[in-house]
Design a protein around this ligand. Structure first.
Ligand SMILES: O=P(O)(O)OC[C@H]1O[C@](O)(COP(=O)(O)O)[C@@H](O)[C@@H]1O
Ligand SMILES: [Mg+2]
Ligand SMILES: [Mg+2]
Length: 358
């Protein structure tokens, strides 16, 4: 008889890794698991119910919001509100932090940063999308949580994960002690441990980048792409190009098979496109925990200073040796960008904003 271990059972079992744990983080992870099952259900029947298409509003980045973006955002915020373990939600879909001030969350000490639906442009064409989440502990438990609690460097994360809504739904997470993956068994409605101790191969054969923007890429990235395409038996080149356009799905493949994902600075996105707090940091934490590497082409993603909730970063992450090679090209052919990144100070967060209170 095969033994099934559910996400809930696994989380409780792992609580013993943290001797002073009181179960709050476990409950928070459970809440995220519940919301993702609801989102998965809606993604699965998206074509049947009126949930495809755009809603007619823009998010904080000027991107038009899809109905499923908004639905997923509401589900996660509502699950985190009902669970009582989260005091602030930072979401791609909300300009300001969402403060949760319900009765049961009075002593909540966790901040959740979330990209409720990643790969939005793929929703209407039935291609894999995902959710990315990142969890921080409040800096101080005195008084109310503030925006400063949400502006922590990636190295401060206590947990991070993603859910990929693909041919099956999978939830992958880390609490800093390795990476584990769970596949949703629809017959029992539970995420079950299917990928214990996930590790990313040191070398891979996939490179994932939107090559359509080639002319806008820095020279270091152009050189690396050419390197990927050259024939070399020893390194298994040429590599295969795979780009879905959903970071979650692209990275999930690369973790399992080995590969590199790059979203560099471009002429139209001079600071990169992806958001540091709820896209780059959680993915960097997971990749590092799986034995890979994550940088902005020069420096570690997890050590970047966070000065605003929606700041962007260039990102190079995946199999260690592939990322090292790409960094070498950046140093050799785009050294000016390394210096530029050092000086890239985002406008500091406006701490006078109160955000939305729930
Ligand atoms: O179309 P582009 O510029 O290649 O961008 C694709 C990237 O943008 C994203 O869709 C951004 O995420 P959202 O859909 O959450 O805004 C990533 O998932 C993906 O890797
Ligand atoms: Mg995203
Ligand atoms: Mg999104």
């Amino acid at each position: 008889m095969s033994v099934v271990k559910t996400l809930g059972q696994f989380i409780i079992e792992k609580q013993k890794d943290f001797p002073y744990a009181k179960g709050e983080l476990s409950r928070l992870l459970r809440d995220i698991g519940i919301a993702s099952k609801i989102v998965n259900r809606e993604v699965n029947k998206a074509g049947l119910v009126d949930i495809l298409g755009e809603i007619g509003t823009m998010n904080t980045h000027g991107e038009s919001q899809k109905k499923l973006d908004v639905f997923a955002n509401e589900q996660f915020i509502s699950a985190l509100t009902c669970g009582g373990e989260c005091c602030i939600v930072v979401s791609e879909e909300n300009d300001d932090p969402v403060y949760i001030e319900s009765e049961i969350s009075q002593n909540a000490k966790y901040i959740v940063a979330i990209d409720p639906l990643d790969g939005s442009s793929n929703i209407d064409v039935n291609v894999g999308v995902g959710t990315i989440f990142s969890i921080y502990r409040r800096k101080s438990i005195e008084g109310k949580a503030t925006i400063q609690d949400a502006l922590q460097r990636g190295v401060e994360q206590v947990a991070a994960g993603y859910v990929v809504y693909g041919s099956s739904a999978m939830l992958v997470y880390t609490t800093g002690k390795g990476v584990n993956g769970f596949t949703l068994d629809p017959s029992i409605g539970e995420f079950c441990l299917s990928h214990p101790d996930m590790t990313i191969p040191k070398d891979g054969t996939f490179y994932s980048i939107n090559e359509g923007y080639y002319v806008h890429f820095p020279d270091g990235v152009k050189k690396y792409i050419k390197y990927c395409q050259v024939m070399d038996k020893e390194t298994n080149r040429p590599y295969s190009s795979r780009y879905i356009g959903s970071m979650v799905a692209d990275l999930h493949r690369n973790i399992i098979k080995g590969g590199i994902f790059i979203y560099p600075t471009t002429a139209s996105a001079p600071r990169g496109k992806l958001r540091l707090v709820y896209e780059c940091n959680p993915m960097a934490f997971i990749i590092e925990q799986a034995g890979g590497r994550a940088t902005d082409g020069f420096e570690r993603i997890l050590e970047q200073e966070v000065t605003s909730l929606h700041q962007r970063s260039a990102i190079f992450l995946g199999s260690e040796n592939m990322v090292l090679k790409a960094e070498e090209m950046m140093r050799d052919f785009s050294p000016e960008l390394g210096k530029l990144i050092d000086k890239q100070v985002e406008p500091s967060a406006d701490i006078s904003k109160v955000g939305n209170v729930i």
